[in-house]
Write a protein that binds this ligand. Structure first.
Ligand code: NI
Length: 250
């Protein structure tokens, strides 16, 4: 079930049989000369929506599509929020869902730069409960789509070299499969981009002039993307089901 295509009464009925919701979360940021700005939120959204389409009885919430992208602000089209804002907004999403009875909130993430701040948001939410000496009433889980069972092994097999860490062929392949009309090509020089530290936006653009980090996006194909989505869908369905079976939430 997709929350944005449901009514409040559909959600009320869903809560009778499940207290779990999946939130795709990512970032709107440059992905090199050929990667879509939405890549990091599109990948988890595509995987979550395909899991729903495949028949799993899951509820997928709206995609949280702007995240920790300050280092990409040297490239037009990037939109970022700061960590304190991200933590506050994640908190408000969680509280909104918890008010209605959701007890297990599973964030399917598509951006490595979000990880530390999502974890910090979880810590803030649990601390609110602990300082108030009361149960939180919810359990939170973060999973990066590439860490779903079976996915990284497939990535290594598909892209033994040139995968890198930003504008990777795996994430671009997924968007190519889902949005074939958007497939783009470019001449890359060097073919595999260099790597380096991540600091502020001006430093990032100076180190990574075309936006890639360690990757060769020309390796991406829609077929590779389809295989990755299929593996991720299997992993997500299994994990969400197991999360829902965890012992009762206080
Ligand atoms: Ni990305």
């Amino acid at each position: 079930m997709l929350l944005h295509l449901s009514t409040w009464s559909d959600v009320e009925a869903f809560l009778e049989r499940s207290k779990t919701i999946v939130i795709p979360i990512g970032s709107n940021e440059q992905h090199g000369p050929t990667g879509l700005l939405g890549t990091d939120w599109l990948c988890p959204e595509i995987i979550a929506h395909e899991t729903h389409k495949g028949g799993a009885d899951i509820l997928v919430g709206p995609t949280f599509n702007v995240g920790m992208a300050q280092h990409h602000l040297g490239f037009p089209g990037t939109i970022s929020i700061r960590p304190s804002t991200f933590i506050a907004v994640i908190g408000d999403w969680v509280h909104s869902l918890a008010v209605h009875g959701f007890e297990r909130i599973y964030f399917l993430n598509g951006h490595g730069g979000n990880i530390a701040t999502i974890e910090a948001a979880f810590s803030e939410l649990y601390a609110e409960a602990s300082f108030g000496r009361r149960p939180a009433g919810f359990a939170l889980k973060l999973r990066n789509w590439w860490d779903l069972p079976g996915v990284m092994a497939l990535v290594r097999q598909q892209f033994p070299t040139g995968h890198g860490s930003h504008a990777t062929p795996s994430e671009i392949a997924i968007t190519q499969w889902a949005y074939p009309d958007t497939v783009k090509s470019a001449e890359y020089a060097p073919q595999i981009a260099g790597s380096g530290p991540i600091r502020e936006a001006a430093d990032f653009r100076a180190r990574h002039p075309d936006g890639r980090m360690g990757s060769d996006p020309s390796l991406a194909t829609p077929e590779a993307g389809e295989a990755l989505v299929q593996a991720a869908v299997r992993g997500l369905a299994t994990e969400v089901e197991a999360f829902g079976r965890e012992p009762k939430i206080l």
